[in-house]
Design a protein around this ligand. Structure first.
Ligand SMILES: [Zn+2]
Length: 194
């Protein structure tokens, strides 16, 4: 997605990146680094653009009548986020399941809700809970479940964890408090990956 950023804000952040580059012992005036502070500032603003988007408004902007009450599962919602402890990327996919109660939510909106909460300084646990509650509040439903699987560069790059490791978090409401509903969700998830 292409965002428009306030040029004054870009320059303020770029100024600090220039200072950081100097503190690293580099020369911000050398050719390869000349435009890096501005590019880095724009990248940071892109990756934290979720602060300007209203996830709940996005979620409730495409809600449709639906008479059924079978579980809906949407998997593979890709996201890229920044861990709030190190400002390093963590990224992966989210799966959202819900049991409708007269309404369903547009599938593309689920992807945008995940993206909106991901583009902030985040922790994976909060991302998972925020997506779950935004979806749960956007339409009538019997329950919502969100599972997020991600890799954290702050762990991988610093050698804290094995390279192949990933972290899984889960949050749920309503009927998913009951194990049989969670089992149905995971059964459908497994089928999709075959
Ligand atoms: Zn971290």
């Amino acid at each position: 997605m292409k965002y428009n950023h306030d040029p004054k804000l870009v320059e303020q952040i770029a100024h600090h990146y220039r200072e950081i580059i100097k503190l690293l012992g580099e020369d911000p005036e050398r050719e390869g680094l000349l435009n890096t502070p501005t590019r880095a500032a724009k990248a940071l603003l892109d990756n934290t653009h979720g602060y300007h988007d209203d996830a709940r408004a996005i979620a409730s902007s495409a809600v449709f009548e639906h008479p059924g009450s079978n579980i809906v599962v949407v998997d593979g919602l890709e996201f890229y986020s920044l861990c709030e402890h190190h400002i390093l990327p963590f990224f992966g996919t989210a799966a959202v399941g819900y049991v409708p109660d007269g309404k369903i939510i547009g599938l593309s909106k689920l992807a945008r809700v995940v993206d909106t909460y991901a583009r902030r300084l985040q922790v994976q646990e909060r991302l998972t809970a925020e997506v779950c509650h935004a979806v749960a509040d956007s339409m009538p439903n019997k329950g919502v479940i969100v599972v997020v699987k991600a890799q954290h560069l702050c762990m991988k790059m610093r050698g804290v964890e094995k390279q192949s490791s990933s972290t899984t978090t889960m949050h749920y409401t309503g009927c998913f408090e009951r194990q049989e509903y969670r089992e149905e969700f995971f059964r459908l998830l497994e089928q999709r990956t075959v």
